[in-house]
Design a protein around this ligand. Structure first.
Ligand SMILES: [Zn+2]
Length: 131
């Protein structure tokens, strides 16, 4: 449906008004505030959840460190036993990948800290430099 300024909710016609969007337009600001409130009520989308930061609890961090120690033991065994070459490189790479996925799973299971939103680097105020 073609309504709104097109900055917060994309219009069917793909157009945007020249208002400048939610940072300077009062109507867009209200639209964005409503949308944000709606998203907070509904919780994160599955995609947002998937790409969100999952901070593990202390128990989770302990399990992750334990996992890392076990995997590192295997990595050292591979490093000492397998001759240099593609197979060794692949074995170590996939071991890293296994650790990453294991820790991602642990992180989700023991999640306790709030998911933090990281501000976009472009949103940071510029540091004033005296040239
Ligand atoms: Zn607007």
């Amino acid at each position: 449906m073609n309504r709104g300024h097109g900055w917060v909710h994309p219009r069917d016609d793909g157009m945007r008004t020249r208002c400048g969007g939610p940072t300077i337009c009062r109507e867009c600001m209200q639209e964005k505030a409503q949308k944000d409130a709606e998203e907070r009520r509904n919780g994160p989308t599955p995609l947002a959840q998937r790409f969100a930061r999952h901070a593990p609890s202390i128990e989770g961090q302990t399990q992750m460190e334990l996992m890392r120690a076990h995997v590192f033991t295997l990595a050292k065994q591979i490093d000492q036993t397998v001759p240099e070459g593609r197979e060794k490189a692949l074995a170590l790479t996939h071991l890293q990948e296994a650790l990453m996925w294991a820790n991602a799973g642990i992180s989700g299971q023991y999640e306790s800290l709030p998911i933090l939103e990281v501000a976009c680097v472009y949103d940071r105020p510029k540091e004033s430099s005296a040239d």
